[in-house]
Design a protein around this ligand. Structure first.
Ligand code: SF4
Length: 455
């Protein structure tokens, strides 16, 4: 076989041994596989992190994380044991300084447990970074129901998740307030909001596709989620339902619970009998997150009758910004867990995300580099979620000023707020590369802009 830029080989999935961490030395497999145990032992603060990782994780690392929480974090800390256990999986506290070094370098740690020294001191945020950078709340048809595309909607059922990701695009609403960010609150009661969503869908037959999200649907009590999906299945015009849950990876124990499996079998059966596609969309960014338990959870959902389990990852610097990292992830998903690689998004322009974000050119290069290795149907598209536009394939850009790092995009449909906007389909919409990646001429231009914006 010729030398190839990427060498494919099957890799058996492994569940890292949680007993290597002092805080979990006595945890049994039965406890580990219990969703209840996992939820009760999530790491929510640095004291708990210290208890789990032990004294081998350096004080300097914990101080770095603490400074991040105080001065930069847009998401509070919440990491289920399942996810924490995949950080630096092949080292333990007995490895001395190498243990902390491995934590610093780890891809999962880089986005689930940000430290201050990860961030850009020069440009921590882009001048045009915004809370709710995709303007989803502006497009709410009813509270929590974003109607951005002609035929599909996003239903945010709840503002919590079993895990909080440092780069969360819904940092405006999702999770607990942090030292830097006071979260917005949904105002309607959950039952009223869900009823209003169903009412809207009933009178809006042009919508055929509903992304049921949050937050993460794994945080909705199963009977409530089942009732909502069952009600959606009563809406004649709804043909696609996708349940968004990072917890399929972060807390697979939830999706393996008997109640959830039995309930999914019921709704998947109704969906099948009505010819509706019910799928689960998850969010995995790194191959090491795909463990045997994740594969079992995906298999359980497929066995329960969902049409597909698909992955929507996020391109993040230091996490998955190489063709090999992406292909390793895609093959782990596809070969070992039967999860379909679907999208990789550019990280959205929320405050504090510059050290994670890639340029459009980098995403284009990654797209080109992974072509031809995976089956066409499982080759993920790299997409840019352009504010006021929606997802665009990275090679669809209309114009690209690489000196200032501004890409311009067009669209072929109106969002829910542009009914009377004659220019909506001809206007160009900008998206911005991280300033620190630009040539000096571009950085100087942005320094001037920033001065003007501040003035
Ligand atoms: S799981 Fe999704 S919604 Fe929840 S914090 Fe992570 S990115 Fe945000």
């Amino acid at each position: 076989m010729e030398d190839q830029p990427y060498a494919y080989r099957r890799r058996e999935l492994t569940e890292p041994d949680w007993r290597r961490l002092p805080g979990w030395a006595a945890v049994t497999p039965a406890q580990w596989e219990s969703a209840q145990w996992q939820r009760a032992h999530c790491v929510k603060n640095l004291r708990q992190l210290r208890e789990v990782a032990g004294p081998g994780l350096s004080d300097a690392f914990l101080a770095d994380a603490e400074r991040d929480q105080r001065e930069a974090a847009t998401m509070s800390m919440l990491i289920p044991p399942q996810m924490l256990n995949t950080i630096a999986p092949s080292t333990g506290p007995g490895d001395g300084a190498a243990f902390t070094e491995a934590w610093y370098a780890d891809p999962v740690r880089r986005y689930m447990l940000p430290v201050f020294s990860d961030r850009r001191p020069d440009w921590p945020s882009h001048p045009y970074a915004q809370r709710d950078s995709l303007h989803e709340a502006e497009m709410w048809a009813v509270e929590g129901l974003t109607h951005r595309y002609p035929t599909k909607v996003l239903a945010e059922l709840l503002p919590t998740c079993p895990q909080y990701c440092g780069h969360c695009t819904r940092m405006d609403l999702v999770g607990n307030s942090t030292a830097q960010v006071t979260k917005h609150k949904l105002t309607m009661t959950r039952d009223d909001r869900l009823a209003a969503m169903l009412d809207y869908l009933t009178v809006t037959p042009g919508v055929r596709d509903v992304v049921v999200s949050g937050g993460d649907v794994a945080n909705l009590p199963w009977p409530r989620l089942e009732a909502f999906v069952a009600a959606l299945l009563e809406v004649e015009s709804v043909r696609d339902i996708r349940l968004a849950s990072k917890a399929l990876m972060g807390l697979p124990q939830h999706w393996l619970a008997d109640e959830v499996r039995a309930g999914m079998e019921r709704v998947a059966g109704i969906a099948r009998s009505r010819g509706v596609s019910l799928a689960i969309h998850t969010h995995v960014n790194s191959a090491q997150s795909v463990t045997p338990l994740v594969a079992r959870a995906a298999a359980a959902m497929l066995a329960a009758g969902v049409r597909d389990v698909r992955n929507q990852g996020v391109l993040l610097r230091g996490v998955n910004d190489s063709p090999a990292a992406l292909l390793d992830l895609c093959f782990a998903l596809l070969d070992e867990a039967r999860i379909m690689p679907y999208y990789f998004y550019l990280c959205d322009m929320i405050p504090g995300s510059e050290h994670w974000r890639l340029t459009l050119a980098e995403a284009q290069a990654l797209q080109s580099a992974i072509m031809g290795y995976l089956p066409g149907f499982a080759t993920p598209r790299m997409v840019c979620d352009v504010p006021y536009v929606g997802k665009r394939w990275v090679h669809q850009v209309a114009r690209y000023d690489t000196v200032r790092g501004i890409s311009y995009w067009t669209k072929n449909y109106r969002t829910g707020i542009e009914a009377g906007d004659d220019l909506a389909l001809t206007r160009e919409y900008p998206y911005y590369d991280p300033v620190h990646t630009l040539p000096e001429e571009g950085r100087a231009w942005w320094r001037d802009q920033e001065g003007a914006l501040a003035g």
